[in-house]
Design a binder for this molecule. Structure first.
Ligand SMILES: [Zn+2]
Length: 244
């Protein structure tokens, strides 16, 4: 049973139905990364009332994270990000069950981590990891909510295997990844993470229109949002091979 009082503002005029709120409570979302994007995604999912969140991250909290990774407190510098994030969720909303794993995922260790979760939110910061996660999601038919930021710009899209194109359809995987350290600015990061959480909510509840075969591009300096359409690439090395 959901705590009606806690979520009543979700269900008032122009909000979601009680049935949708119950769907959120019965849902399980896997958040890959508890850094900048992960902070906002986890906080928003906990506020929305998602019943179970699994957090994966291999890093510890460092002082230089705190300009944008707003789930982590100063006192948690040196602690595992997954523990720090779990502590925040449990203090904020004890209704939410949190699973965690302090691990950096790779092609050899991911399998057990994704079991039982049908929605994965990509909160990784490197494109190398994002393309790996895209391949895993397509292979195992998991919905993948992609988000990325670079300085003042960011983007979001929702990838539903079979139904939509994948990250490699949107942007072909580069041969060499850009190793430049781009700025990560809190309001930009947290705009994108909020949009990712909103995508998860729409997928779970069936309300609204997720960004399927559409990518939302945000330019924080110009305060502009653009939505571009994309299509599944029938020659895509990831989704055209995996989905036959
Ligand atoms: Zn593809």
């Amino acid at each position: 049973m959901i705590n009606i009082l806690r979520y009543e503002k979700n269900m008032e005029k122009d909000g979601i139905t009680q049935e949708a709120q119950e769907k959120l409570f019965n849902s399980r979302v896997l958040v890959m990364g508890a850094g900048g994007l992960g902070s906002g995604v986890i906080m928003n999912l906990a506020a929305l009332g998602v019943g179970q969140i699994k957090i994966i991250d291999g890093d510890i909290v460092e002082e230089s994270n705190l300009n944008r990774q707003i789930i982590h407190k100063y006192k948690n510098i040196g602690r595992a990000k997954v523990i720090s994030a779990k502590d925040w969720v449990q203090e904020f909303n004890p209704d939410v069950k949190v699973e965690l794993d302090k691990i950096k995922i790779n092609e050899l260790n991911y399998f057990n981590i994704i079991q039982g979760y049908d929605i994965i939110v990509d909160c990784f910061d490197s494109y190398e990891d994002k393309y790996m996660l895209n391949e895993i999601a397509v292979r195992h038919k998991k919905v993948l909510i992609h988000g990325a930021i670079q300085g003042f710009r960011g983007q979001v899209t929702t990838i539903v295997p079979v139904k939509t194109g994948c990250l490699s359809c949107v942007m072909q995987k580069p041969r060499n990844f850009d190793k430049e350290n781009y700025a990560s600015i809190s309001p930009v990061v947290n705009t994108i993470s909020s949009l990712q959480a909103l995508e998860a909510m729409k997928v779970i509840t069936g309300e609204g229109e997720p960004l399927l075969n559409k990518i939302l591009i945000f330019d924080g300096l110009k305060s502009e949002f653009k939505v571009l359409n994309y299509a599944k690439n029938i020659a895509c090395e990831v989704c055209s091979v995996n989905e036959i």
